[in-house]
Design a protein around this ligand. Sequence first.
Ligand code: SAM
Length: 225
Amino acid sequence: MSGNLFVVATPIGNMEDITLRALKTLKSVDYVLAESPHHSRRLFERYSIETKLIKFNDDYDVRDVLEKALGDLLAGLNIALISDAGTPTISDPGFRIVRACREKGIKVVPIPGPSALIAALSASGVPTDRFVFLGFLPKGSNKKKKLLKEADIGGTVVLYESPNRVVKTLDAVREALGERFVVVARELTKIHEEFISGHVSEVLEKLLKRPSLKGEFVILIEKDV
Ligand code: SAM
């Protein structure tokens, strides 16, 4: 009988945000596929996880790892998949192995936990009954604006963004959708966690006043009211 691929969520900042089931799984599998083993070692040391970490992402150059993992799963081994932070496959590597497992009838088991998307939404104060997640917008103002307009279907629009592109992206939001109410969630679960909210221009003004922008960002755009 084939083994299981466990898709395990890990913390997005605060190291205590990991479930008992995730720890149990990471300790008991035959090995762990990790986006960057070096990054995950800190988590493993903190929780005394001694399972072997093997580098895996969706790049072409680790195709052999995918083939080996599929062979091992078919031979009955259990494997966990983790990314650097949060839930694997959500704007993170892993989709290819999950799909390959499903195609081969290998059981894929989610071990749910943190995701910046859900953490930001849950504490944002913007409507969460319907939302569109766009992940990272493509580069280029026109492409950004086109996608934003397409996603504006009467729910909250959620984006991931890096500190060096957050201002450009908010500019694109203003141009594509006008003066919407937005919430920028920064450094969730970390010491400098904050939620900056207001109409796009107000939020841009607050961000541009800062000497530098650091950390990780989720942008939430409220539907037109
Ligand atoms: N798989 C992850 C998840 O489930 O949230 C997302 C990985 S994606 C490569 C990284 C992006 O997620 C960051 O650029 C940022 O937009 C968002 N993110 C991750 N951690 C965050 C945090 N602690 N606070 C705010 N945003 C975060």
